[in-house]
Unconditional design. Structure first.
Length: 55
């Protein structure tokens, strides 16, 4: 996976946790993943609607 360094650092800062033994906050990480998946789902729904409306 090729992620721009700026985006990588932004995500790393968002999910970072000094109090976690693995260095990330699991709750924040899961919330971020679910949020992004929800955004993808909304975009796909919109695209499917546009394609359906063309038919």
């Amino acid at each position: 996976m090729n992620i721009e360094k700026e985006i990588y650092n932004e995500i790393a800062e968002l999910i970072h946790s000094d109090s976690s033994p693995v260095g990330i906050d699991a709750k924040k990480t899961h919330i971020y993943i679910i949020y992004k998946l929800n955004q993808i789902e909304k975009k796909l729904d919109a695209l499917e609607k546009r394609l359906k409306d063309r038919s």
